[in-house]
Ligand binder design. Sequence first.
Ligand code: SIN
Length: 584
Amino acid sequence: MVPDGASLTSSPVQAQSLPSFPALPALPSLPRRLSAEPPGWVREVDVVVVGSGIAGLTAALECRDLGTIMVVTKDELAAGSTHWAQGGIAWVQAKGDTIQQHIDDTLVAGAGLCIEEAVRVLVTEGPEEVAKLIHRGAEFDRDLAGELELTREGGHKRDRIAHAGGDATGAEIERALIAAVTADRAIEIVEHALVLDLIPAEVGPCERPAVAGVTLHVLGEGTRGGVGAVLARAVVLATGGVGQIYAVTTNPPVSTGDGVAAALRAGARLRDIEFIQFHPTVLYLGTGARGQLPLVSEAVRGEGGQLVNSRGERFMVGKHELAELAPRDVVAKQIMKEMAAADVDHVYVDGRMLGEETWRVRFPTIWHSCRRAGINPATDLIPVAPACHYFCGGVETDIDGSTNLSGLYACGEVASSGVHGANRLASNSLLEGLVFARRIAEQLLDQRPPRRPPAQDRRQAGLIDRSVVPAMQQAMSRHAGGLRDASGLDRCVQELAKLARQSDAEPGLESWEATNLMTVAAAVVSSARLREESRGAHWRDDFEGRREVWRGHLLVAHDDQQGLRHHFVPALPERPANGHSDHR
Ligand code: SIN
């Protein structure tokens, strides 16, 4: 359990001096609860899982022996980010690979901020969880001898990434998990249901704050339509990422940060949320393109694809020992530099050497996305640019998925388990979903948490109007994207504060999502403004490179008096014997 008032992020015994926080402009004022009609119905279950990607569905399957399990999802089961994962899932399996090598690759990518214990758990427990996933029906691509076909992506020093359907790995995993969950009578599924808020629980005077369930809005009429409440011994958040806070992203439309925002409103701490990973190669569809854009997987580069600039020159060679397969932040930054130097808004992936047959069989999803855009990857260069891809931080958890609120657990992209640090290693996220979902279930089975009565919810309700979302996304993309500096970030905070004041909104899906987006955006941009260094996925133009004083974690919480409030916790010392510090 994450202690209240102290973070589990790292040891408090540190000789390191603390960085001083620069002054922030006035932050947007954010509701502490979403305005909605009072619940018209109440259900009691043992565990409510919010979200239906790899983490949520695995948590539901693993929790089944606890009693009644409900999975609540905002759209259809398969609508989340897992379905879109292309590259694959990384785990140690090939001869010549080792657990320590996978750990080291993860730590190097994480740029000094991974929590090593969490990484070790991920890498050592991952293989068994993938075996279970295969047992549950997921079929990965194999060669003629029946061996898994393995590939490599940015930051991996070994071939250890398995894929399915060529570049449709997430879709296959999601298919298998949906089949398993829908066949399980212990698991109830509620689709088209947006979780609005966490319900505070009554606690004793010396107890930490706790949650007693969720309020939700279910599309449709009747005894289980409209706003209701689900009371549970445990709430498992697995709501995925926040990509829609930006104007362009690889994330689907449902990625509006609902779980992150609800957790923040309830008093949960967020960690490392300034580290938003921009995927280097997202299909460039012109300056007017908005929303979810197709990914051009790193696996294309893993199979030999190269990056070239507008003069047709390969530009990663000589910039990093792994060239096009350098960690994602390194490649994204170099692409942004190339674009700025030539005053253009994209570069190219050259995959012509792969030939049409390979493209069609190995990368059918990318092939079709390109063909729809009038590009033939076997004969044309593919225009690409970085776009928001992955939320490296999230709701702070320990290695068992517990948060600082009793009864609240988190896993998958919504969580900050400590495995990604300042920059996630490619294809570690599906593995994280499996491992930490199972650890939550194990803890719940072991501890059987009590059912707590709901407390009276005195939090101030409010809403932000949906009309402000495009301007908010533009401000985030312009000032808080892959390249950041103090004046742009200040401007972004000010623009968000102005937009958040337009708040005469009616309750409904769009204003609930708009409020969640604004809440997450405000927390991200303020954290990005405070961190005065460049590290991993957080690149400040006004602070070159890493600064030792900033080697630690920024935590964000929301309180009634001060609104968003930040706190810095130094990281544990790096173990030099690992040789994993990579001075980028
Ligand atoms: C990719 O296929 O390039 C993305 C994989 C990932 O984000 O882990």
